[in-house]
Design a binder for this molecule. Structure first.
Ligand SMILES: Cc1ncc(COP(=O)(O)O)c(C=O)c1O
Length: 281
């Protein structure tokens, strides 16, 4: 597979990452996962805006997003055989420097981009998934798409051990988001999801879902909700780049909507899929 690393398109096996890279030493960097449908990059501008913002928040302002857009488009073309339904992983770290917590005096970011295959069993989107709830042990800037993902990794592993698709975090009694998804509940025909703040990542799929709801005239409320309100919901769904829109039919041991996907979730999912199939999203 051809990947991009610091100025060159090379075979993945030829990439050499320095042990002094600050991504390796400190998790000092940011990343994006961007979906590719039929060789076309989904919401590239939105992902690059979020990446620009993450970089700005970690005080790395010098990466040119127009250049990066060209690189990512070229990467997709160079891997045309595998980009029918895939994703791009792009990571930018604060580069190579002798280990010292402070920033290096001159910035030479390390940029890596590769195609990853994103195969999610379609049965999960059709039949729904189980989630578990765990305390949110992440840091206070979850709006930055940081490559330091230890708390997410531990929570995802716990979900796997409990036969769940996703772990969803609770902070101060409020539901924030999943390890790799945002979450919404539906109650009295209104879609409710955590507002954009430092406790969640502003998901691109979340944006698309809220746009679709407005088009479909489904009321939306961006208000935090309590664990009890989640368990009392008519329907629940999670959303993210790989997951797309997936009904939740069980939270811990409790069934939601009788253990079946709810009709409003499936309506939003169907409209989302139709637009992707028509290349109109
Ligand atoms: C913590 C977290 N929340 C939400 C999301 C969903 O974001 P997006 O829809 O942009 O994939 C992700 C995606 O990886 C994530 O890591």
């Amino acid at each position: 597979m051809i990947v991009y690393y610091n100025g060159s398109f090379i075979d993945k096996s030829e990439v050499c990452i320095s042990p002094d890279d600050r991504g390796f030493l400190f998790g000092d960097g940011t990343y994006e996962v961007i979906r590719v449908y039929n060789q076309s990059i989904f919401r590239l501008a939105d992902h690059l805006n979020r990446l620009r913002r993450s970089l700005r928040e970690i005080r790395m302002n010098d990466v040119d997003m127009d250049d990066l857009a060209k690189i990512l488009n070229a990467l997709v073309k160079k891997n045309a055989s595998m980009t029918g339904d895939a994703a791009i992983y792009v990571q930018i770290t604060r580069g190579i420097a002798a280990r010292n917590h402070r920033f290096p005096t001159t910035l030479h970011p390390s940029i890596y981009a590769a195609i990853i295959e994103t195969v999610l069993n379609p049965e999960l989107r059709k039949n729904g998934v189980k989630i578990i709830l765990l305390p949110d042990q992440r840091w206070g800037r979850c709006d930055i798409k940081s490559i330091s993902l230890l708390a997410n990794v531990l929570a995802a592993e716990e979900a796997h051990r409990q036969n769940a698709y996703e772990a969803v975090f609770i902070r101060d009694g409020l539901i924030t988001e999943g390890t790799r998804t945002n979450i919404a509940l539906i109650r009295d025909d209104t879609v409710r999801t955590h507002p954009l703040d430092h406790h969640i990542l502003g998901g691109i799929t979340r944006d698309v879902v809220l746009e679709l709801c407005r088009k479909l005239k489904i009321p939306v409320s961006e208000q935090p909700f309590h664990q009890d309100q989640l368990l009392d919901a008519d329907e629940i769904f999670i959303m993210g780049t790989t997951t797309e829109i997936c009904p939740v039919i069980q939270v811990n041991d409790q069934l939601i909507h009788g253990g079946k996907p709810g009709p409003m979730t499936m309506k939003i999912q169907t409209v989302f899929r139709k637009l992707i199939d028509k290349g109109r999203i």
